[in-house]
Write a protein that binds this ligand. Sequence first.
Ligand SMILES: Cc1cc2nc3c(=O)[nH]c(=O)nc-3n(C[C@H](O)[C@H](O)[C@H](O)COP(=O)(O)O)c2cc1C
Length: 340
Amino acid sequence: MVTSELGGAADFATVAASGEAGDSAAAAACTAAGAAINTAVDLCGIRLDNPVIPASGTFGYGYEFAELFDINELGTFSFKGTTAEPRFGNPTPRIAECPAGMLNSVGLQNPGAQAVKDIELPRLKQVFFKPVMANVSGFSVDDYVYTVSLLEDEAQIGWFEINISCPNVHGGGMSFGTSAAAAAEVIAAVRKVTKKPVLAKLSPNVTDVAEIARACEAAGADGISLINTLLGMRIDLKRRRPVLANTTGGLSGPAVLPVALRMVYQVSQAVRVPVVGMGGISSARDVLEMMMCGATAVEVGAANLVDPFASLKIVRALPDALAELGVNDINDIIGAALQR
Ligand SMILES: Cc1cc2nc3c(=O)[nH]c(=O)nc-3n(C[C@H](O)[C@H](O)[C@H](O)COP(=O)(O)O)c2cc1C
């Protein structure tokens, strides 16, 4: 399980369990009105049956969750940030709990690009029959190019999500995503070695996120996804030291939803390419807020660690949430809150 690999999941169950996401009875029942409602969206030319995508780092390589439910009910999912070489990740403790959220400093633990190709993707093919989003991280431009080139021929990969925003590794990661020039350099290099849609995954730890988004679009990104986690820390009072062995970590979960909504709103107005919104989503209502800010699709992260069925419950709750608003096609709400 992903949660055990992380050394314990955060407990903000009271938040995730409230509203649609936690109500399994309501989630399981799709009303007659709900059944007629369209939840399909188009993400860079690929159809998603619904816009709900478990976020990278919170859903492993997918097949782990297939033991619990039919993961084909999801729009798709973004697999664990994959690097050119295998990575053990950061020392523990690398999870800290917070009110309405969690800090993580996992540090991109993953088996490396070759093992993803040889082991993880063949396993996934047995249980998942839709295009998957490949999340790619790196420490140099060449790293990103190597991993994308290696995975380019994998028919099941629909999109590359280029993570230029990991706050938990030294050298690379977020340093690419906090400079417009460096972000554009990575995206332009990757663009040359793949025919698949490229999404640039942006960091919230910047002053002007719209500037970085525009630079990625100009460099050839087919879409923008945001937000990655917000840099934070906690102190262990008895030890008088940071809780996390890495000192700092990335904050995510319901606490960050308002920040994520603000940034998706800004980026949606700054670029023409589709935006995938994430940060703090734990209910169908949160999904609708994010889409009204301009997101074509959404990712759900920390909520999966509190409840492995969280994304599924959100998928099932969406039609009723739309029906409550009198909306019968989810596409009608994309960008509804934007200033025109
Ligand atoms: C434990 C954990 C591991 C993560 N690993 C990755 C990763 O490998 N690649 C990546 O792009 N984002 C990673 N993220 C960030 C999430 O994909 C997402 O952007 C962020 O958590 C905000 O969404 P949330 O508030 O719903 O969790 C990770 C997040 C968590 C909580």
